[in-house]
Design a protein around this ligand. Sequence first.
Ligand SMILES: O=C[C@H](O)COP(=O)(O)O
Length: 335
Amino acid sequence: MSVQAIASPVRPAEAQPHAELPRNEGMPLDLGWLSATRVNLSAAERRVATLPGRRSVKRDAQAAWLLKAVTCIDLTTLSGDDTEGRVRRLCAKAKNPVRQDLLDAMGMGDRHITTGAICVYHRFVAAAVDALEGSGIPVAAVSTGFPAGLAPHDVKLREIEASVADGAAEIDIVITREHVLTGNWQALYDEMRDFRRACGPAHVKAILATGDLKTLRNVAKASLVCMMAGADFIKTSTGKEGINATPLVTLAMLRQIRAYHDATGFMVGYKPAGGISAAKDILNYQFLMKEELGRRWLEPDLFRIGASSLLADIERQLEHHVTGRYSAFNRHAAG
Ligand SMILES: O=C[C@H](O)COP(=O)(O)O
């Protein structure tokens, strides 16, 4: 079977793969639901431990999954030494994330594969919007005092508004971890509600910074509160915590997305981010998404991968798939 046959869900970027989903409108804060929320740690660990052994895909199937992953990457640069030049180079890579000769060899040369988005600091939103004009690739901005999220609340709201005014279609906000660590769910709900309102038409991804939240139960509750307050996506990490995205934390968050969908009918997206740099690792996240939430959640409107260096390894794996040889990492500088 060819990559093309397997990867047929990888559609041209300009086409709408599915009817636009209704946005998560949120719901009143339900403290009873929260206090009943539990995570069975040992069962979750067992579930995650069996994942790589049970689902290994090879050759054409693996190439198809990896191409699908490319379409879900929020290609990211979030460094103190970022420059407009670096952001523009990243945008060029987002438009052509995989070499044309490799795509042609896989029968995917006409699919106009792009990354899901570009993710940058507010300062670079306007330049990224300009560089991506006509491509259909959205710009995501990390606002709200990223990565600590400890700026004054009104300053965070102004930052969101400024990013939207500059053309950001998606805003990745960071929550105040203290609200979770002190169990102040009302404060977290109110904060998230305000962020959602400030985003207006821009979609909002709530970064939980799971590595700071101490327990999986806290992660599960914070996920629920952010969804109740209207988050379009929940996202694991800023990439700056000591522990970033993991399959275990993913499982805890996906189970809450499922529970929220069962209760409200709203489909909320998921974004693992931080420390995901190996192609083989992203396959596990994709399998978890498919098994826990279903095929629909593999599309870029419900699944994003926050990563600054994953694309380089995916391209290397695809080159190996096509040519039988691995190239050096320095041949894949961007992404
Ligand atoms: O949101 C995305 C992350 O900041 C990217 O983290 P990374 O540089 O570890 O891939």
